[in-house]
Write a new protein. Structure first.
Length: 664
């Protein structure tokens, strides 16, 4: 970048972004431990909300925080017992005689439990073991007078007990070998599948049977459903959620928003899945509100059978400036559909209901906290998406926090091949990242169609990986299209190179920093990224190569247009697999390119990465919303506080928002 451009850029940011005020003083970095870094996110434009909107946001954020315990319990039936024992011990430190080293190991363990909402790594899903002995823990608890259920000891300390939150291993009982609590003790995969098959709803507007329940075995050995609802499983937490959703009704912006919240309340009160469908439809139709939310049993990635929803919440409001950007993409959805490389018979004749907006996250909870998705695309039910559309959002303030926190950390200097690509990346990396996410969420997932008779679950355990690859490839293919320059979304035909280099480098090499030595890749998004990169690399004919310099390997891209052709070819094939429900081809594709790791390269990448002393996973602390009330008890102002630390926040949440019993 030449010098004169910098002041111009800053002026442009100042003019259009409106968020420059706090940039100099805002503390993005909060804490760092093990492979995790805790960041803080800013909430720009909060002051542009009306008091009514701020009040609504406050009530919804309370509804979000009250669900925290649910996720801990869904992630494992011992998690609440373990968290509570550890927290009580932590709060009684003064009664424990021990070395600083032991205490530090204990504190680190508790911080990891909070981060993972349980005892399994949030990403790898492997159980992490304390770096202190069981005998130390027992004696510390005794000194501190902490009582606990002895059953937690092997769960915490024995590596062979509940080693994985979710297993995706071939040929094993996925239910029996997963520590997640979506199925009760003794339930097998065959029994659960049989139950689901017997209760499957094949009507045109099907109920998502199993979305909000745990399957357990009763005394007679029969499978029974325990429904998540007020008065049912997790009722104590859902009661509080409902209370705050009812409070939120006092401040709704319009009738569409009111209807959606009313349906959500009724669903939580009854567990009736018909109401959930009605809620999804009402929520998708609410497009005009500035404040929006996700609250409930949502993504199904953590259930080994992909049916039951994991509790999450994210409260947010529309980022008006950035929403214009995705609106442009969404307005051109049909153009993108028509011009992609996929076979015409797999294209949608009419792409509709792709709404696109950029949001500012205001509170993260459940499965969105502390680690969080960078985009949301809901609802999940295909028939609702088809008939009523879906909402796609990208979350700019979180992306902004990642970028700000990563500045100057040495990563690109270590892994990018030369100054030229680093310069391109520095200039266009952020915009390419934003645009790729927008394309993925706004047009990628919504593109294409299934052939008659093919269902969403045809690709079974590979469905998520293939679906993410499809959306990613759609975005990558168009990132290099002159259309984006024409629409004013990219400044020139060089900018996309930043996105291409980043994708290939990440998929081939650098995302491996998140994998432990010797392990395979299991998470769907990571599998998708490696699938794309490995497939393109294997099919390349001079477009790119991996070059060795002084024992280090670097990606060199010789022909960016050629890389685009490869993305396009793979997109066509992935769409074919999806449209035809070609399970065998999906399996072959995933097993060949997505799962196995090049051991030598992995080792090298880990060593190079380690020297940078960075954390591969990031999560957030939330701001604190402080409400002021007038003499009549009505909300008179909502103020933001960004000073709370990671430990303080979790201890406060556990103290103030922990309604569930330890055993559910
Ligand atoms: Zn996606």
């Amino acid at each position: 970048m030449t010098n004169y451009k910098l002041p111009i850029l800053l002026i442009l940011i100042a003019l259009f972004c409106g968020c420059q005020k706090q940039q100099s003083s805002f503390q993005y970095n909060v804490d760092k431990f093990y492979d995790l870094e805790i960041l803080r996110y800013d909430v720009p434009e909060f002051e542009s909300l009306t008091l009514q909107q701020k009040s609504l946001l406050y009530c919804l954020s309370e509804a979000a925080l009250w669900g925290r315990d649910i996720l801990f319990d869904q992630n494992g039936r011992y998690n609440l017992r373990i968290r509570r024992a550890c927290e009580e011990l932590y709060l009684n430190k003064d009664k424990v005689q021990c070395t600083d080293q032991d205490w530090a190991a204990f504190e680190k363990y508790l911080k990891r439990v909070w981060f993972s909402n349980g005892i399994h790594h949030h990403y790898s899903e492997d159980k992490f073991l304390p770096e202190f002995d069981q005998s130390w823990f027992e004696s510390a608890c005794e000194q501190a007078g902490v009582e606990y259920d002895a059953a937690i000891l092997p769960v915490m300390f024995d590596p062979n007990v509940m080693p994985k939150r979710m297993t995706a291993e071939n040929g094993v009982d996925l239910v029996a070998n997963s520590a997640g609590n979506y199925y009760g003790e003794g339930v097998t995969q065959a029994e659960a599948e049989k139950w689901y098959a017997a209760h499957k709803d094949d009507s045109p507007e099907p109920l998502w049977i199993g979305l909000n329940s745990q399957l357990v075995k009763n005394e007679k050995g029969e499978i029974e459903e325990r429904v998540y609802k007020v008065g049912g499983l997790y009722g104590e937490a859902l009661e509080e959620v409902v209370f705050w959703l009812k409070e939120a009704l006092k401040y709704v912006e319009n009738d569409a928003q009111r209807l959606a919240i009313e349906k959500m309340i009724a669903f939580n009160e009854t567990g009736d899945l018909k109401l959930f469908n009605e809620y999804c439809i009402a929520w998708v139709k609410d497009l005009d509100s500035r404040v929006d939310y996700v609250n409930g049993f949502t993504e199904t990635y953590s259930d080994p059978l992909g049916i039951t929803g994991t509790w999450e919440s994210m409260v947010n409001f529309k980022d008006l400036a950035a929403t214009k950007r995705t609106q442009l993409i969404s307005d051109n959805a049909q153009w993108f559909e028509d011009h992609s490389t996929t076979d015409p018979k797999y294209k949608k004749e009419e792409v509709k209901g792709v709404t696109a907006k950029v949001i500012t996250a205001a509170i993260l909870a459940g499965d969105c906290y502390p680690a969080t998705p960078i985009g949301i695309n809901l609802p999940n039910a295909n028939w609702i998406r088809k008939e009523y559309g879906s909402k796609s959002v990208t979350i700019d303030n979180l992306m902004h926090a990642y970028n700000e926190a990563a500045k100057g950390n040495g990563f690109n200097e270590e892994f990018m091949i030369d100054d030229e690509i680093r310069a391109i990346y520095e200039q266009y990396g952020a915009i390419c990242g934003d645009l790729h996410t927008d394309l993925h969420e706004c047009v990628g997932h919504g593109s294409g169609k299934l052939m008659p008779g093919v269902t969403k679950d045809a690709l079974k355990e590979h469905a998520s990986t293939i679906e993410e690859a499809r959306a990613d490839l759609f975005g990558l293919y168009y990132l290099a299209d002159p259309k984006l320059v024409e629409l004013g979304l990219l400044p020139n035909m060089e900018a996309y190179k930043a996105g291409y280099y980043q994708q290939m480098m990440n998929g081939l090499m650098t995302q491996l920093v998140r994998i432990e030595p010797g392990k395979d890749i299991e998470e769907a998004h990571m599998r998708n990224r490696q699938l794309i990169a490995n497939w393109c690399y294997a099919h390349a004919n001079g477009e790119m190569e991996i070059i060795e310099r002084e024992g280090k390997h670097y990606l060199q891209i010789n022909d960016y247009e050629g890389v685009r052709r490869l993305y396009g070819e793979l997109l066509a094939e992935i769409q074919r697999i999806t449209s035809e429900g070609d399970y065998a081809a999906a399996k072959e594709m995933v097993e060949t390119y997505a799962v196995k790791v090049n051991q030598d390269l992995h080792k090298e990448v880990l060593e190079r990465y380690k020297k940078l002393n960075l954390a591969p996973y990031k999560g957030f602390v939330n701001p604190v919303y402080r409400v002021e009330r007038n003499a009549d008890g009505e909300i008179s102002d909502v103020k933001l506080d960004f000073t709370e630390g990671y430990i303080e926040q979790h201890l406060r949440y556990s103290r103030d928002y922990s309604p569930l019993p330890s055993v559910n």
